[in-house]
Design a protein around this ligand. Structure first.
Ligand SMILES: Nc1ncnc2c1ncn2[C@@H]1O[C@H](COP(=O)(O)OP(=O)(O)O)[C@@H](O)[C@H]1O
Ligand SMILES: [Mg+2]
Length: 593
């Protein structure tokens, strides 16, 4: 995980906020005006106190005069309450809107990233970013912004009023304050580092929990509940430790700012009192001065608090910016060529490795799929069958001049355009926690029930679906726990069939289905496959009878290809596979890769 230094990433993060700020500028401006109005009104109160005290001291106070002062203060207080409601509503609402916009943009951005990104950055971390970190940003943009402006304005205004009463005494009162600024500066770096550690630890915690819950069946089967609980507790322990380390820093800031405020009070009481005795200032002035000083307490406390909020917000913003800076390696070409009419796919001396500098999964693979041709693909586990499907389905970037659709390099074609030509049933079945119908119709949400059922029938799953109490409306539990592997595979295949596209890639999608059913499905599919370019990966030979050609992969390249009889002559691997699968009762051929 990258560790950013303060400043790096934060600038990028702040740039991210700009569009949101612009969108809600009016709301923010109105809120800030209300905030300033409240501050101004608050400054009026000590003036009325001074009036009353001075009258009292001069012995000139009357019931009516006191009542007038009291009424004035009451009216001010009402206006202040109304203003406070207004700014809270507008500004805190603003921070929530900002959070919403940001979360949406974050999710949208995550959807543009590819698997390579998510292999490096666990989902738990993304959840933590969208939760805790976004919250820290929201707090900084809401309370942080409000408090800092409020504190700055209140502080300056109170100081101005104090200076108006007695410049000398004001100077004495602010004497201890630079200490505070110094302290905030000293601690802010430390705050950043410690808060970053806290957020990263929370990410680990979230990822750990996600992983455990996702694999709960496995954990139970292996009796690992206790060990997992302990490991989780250790992570939680570390999270608390990091939080306490953080609390130690702002635990210093907060009391120290209060202490400095009180130090000012001590100085003013003692030295200001002497000014009253010497009759340099009036009693009323002295009381008003102390009221203003009390108004300074909040801005002083706010310095520590706001420094903390902003530091957290900036740190989290930097973490979020790190994700926003990530981009999919597979980008749409600036000026894509028109998609060729032909549904032919061709790989020429194709090399591919997943990580940079990682082992090559494909090593000089050349293969041509003619339009309307059904090609079978077999090969040992790890020989690159799935990788080839990934590349054909345009899920990973490929080098120039290696992969062609029609006669055009795929790099010159729109990625989404080419993807929309291809129906891909991946080897790893992925189902959403939604109804079976919605799962089958995922690529074509507008498909009619009749179309969905037709696809399910082709894949020999219809009967089983209608046997569920809720039929097609049956919800598939988290990761499809209620279905067998074979059922899941057939639903996944039906999803690809429903897409009705000129190119179909089936990656070992029937490995958990019994041989008879697999053959039955392929027979039923035969009419659907006609006219489509089709690549069927299988670890069984029998279902590939319909293929016009079978290709054997070995270590990322084509070892042999041809018809069944031809391959029996040519390929040792194929012969072995055939021999093992040919004998009834013999173990199933090569393992599913
Ligand atoms: N997502 C991935 N990241 C890194 N390596 C991978 C990934 N998927 C597959 N591989 C590696 O690529 C090679 C080919 O795998 P794969 O295409 O899945 O083979 P097959 O489908 O024929 O079993 C294997 O060595 C495998 O370990
Ligand atoms: Mg595979």
């Amino acid at each position: 995980m990258e560790r950013s230094v303060p400043g790096a990433g934060q600038a990028a993060g702040l740039r991210l906020l700009k569009p949101c700020l612009r969108r809600h500028a009016l709301r923010m401006a109105t809120g800030l005006l209300a905030l300033l109005a409240v501050d101004l009104l608050q400054l009026g109160i000590p003036r009325f106190i001074k009036q009353a005290v001075d009258l009292l001291e001069e012995g000139a106070a009357t019931q009516a005069a006191l009542a007038r002062s009291a009424l004035a203060i009451l009216l001010l207080a009402l206006a202040i309450a109304a203003g406070r409601f207004l700014w809270r509503f507008l500004l805190l609402g603003f921070s929530r809107l900002l959070e919403r916009d940001f979360r949406e943009a974050f999710f949208r951005h995550l959807l543009t990233l590819d698997r390579a990104f998510f292999q490096q950055r666990p989902v738990g971390e993304m959840m933590a970013l969208a939760g805790n970190d976004l919250n820290a940003v929201q707090l900084a943009a809401g309370m942080g912004l409000v408090a800092s402006l409020d504190a700055a304005f209140m502080g300056l205004a109170a100081l101005a009023c104090m200076a108006y009463i007695s410049p000398g005494l004001t100077l004495i009162a602010v004497l201890p304050m630079p200490l505070l600024a110094l302290l905030a500066r000293l601690l802010s770096r430390r705050l950043h580092r410690r808060f970053l550690a806290v957020q990263e630890q929370f990410s680990r915690l979230a990822e750990f929990a996600r992983n455990a819950i996702n694999n709960i069946r496995l954990l139970k089967a292996y009796g690992q509940e206790e060990a997992q609980a302990k490991a989780f507790a250790r992570l939680g322990e570390a999270y608390v430790r990091d939080n306490i380390r953080l609390a130690r820093v702002h635990g210093v800031l907060f009391p120290v700012s209060g202490l400095i405020g009180n130090a000012s009070l001590v100085l003013v009481l003692f030295l200001g009192g002497r000014l009253v005795i010497a009759e340099v200032i009036s009693m009323g002035d002295f009381v008003a001065f102390i009221s203003y000083l009390a108004m300074l307490t909040w801005p002083m406390l706010a310095v520590g608090w706001v420094a903390n909020l902003f530091q957290r917000g900036l740190t989290s913003l930097g973490r979020l910016a790190g994700v926003f800076a990530a981009h999919s390696a597979l980008v749409e070409p600036a000026a894509p060529e028109e998609l060729p009419v032909s549904a032919a796919l061709r790989a020429e001396n194709l090399f591919f490795s997943y990580g940079q500098g990682g082992p090559a999964a494909l090593r000089g693979l050349s293969l041509s799929l003619r339009p309307g041709e059904i090609v079978g693909l077999v090969g040992r586990s790890g020989s690159g069958k799935t990788t080839l499907c990934h590349l054909l389905a345009r899920l990973y970037p490929v080098a120039e001049g290696r992969l062609f659709c029609g006669d055009l390099d795929v790099n010159r074609l729109s990625v989404s355009g080419l993807r929309s030509r291809i129906a891909y049933a991946p080897q790893d079945v992925l189902l959403f926690s939604e109804s079976i119908a919605a799962n089958i119709a995922m690529g074509r949400p507008e498909a009619s029930r009749a179309e969905i059922e037709a696809a399910a029938r082709l894949c020999r799953i219809h009967e089983e679906i209608v046997a569920f109490p809720q039929g097609y409306e049956t919800r598939i539990g988290e990761r499809g726990v209620k279905l067998s592997g074979g059922q899941r595979q057939r639903i996944s295949l039906a999803r690809a069939v429903l897409l009705d596209r000129p190119i179909l890639l089936i990656d070992d999608s029937l490995s958990a289905v019994d041989l008879e059913t697999e053959q039955e499905i392929l027979r039923a599919l035969a009419a659907h496959l006609r006219g489509r370019t089709c690549l069927i990966v299988s670890h069984r030979i029998a279902p590939l009878r319909a293929a016009s050609r079978i290709v054997v992969l070995e270590e990322g390249r084509v070892l042999a290809q041809g018809g069944h009889a031809e391959l029996l002559r040519q390929s040792e691997f194929y012969r072995t596979m055939n021999r093992r699968q040919g004998r009834p009762g013999a173990e199933e051929g090569q393992d599913a890769g």
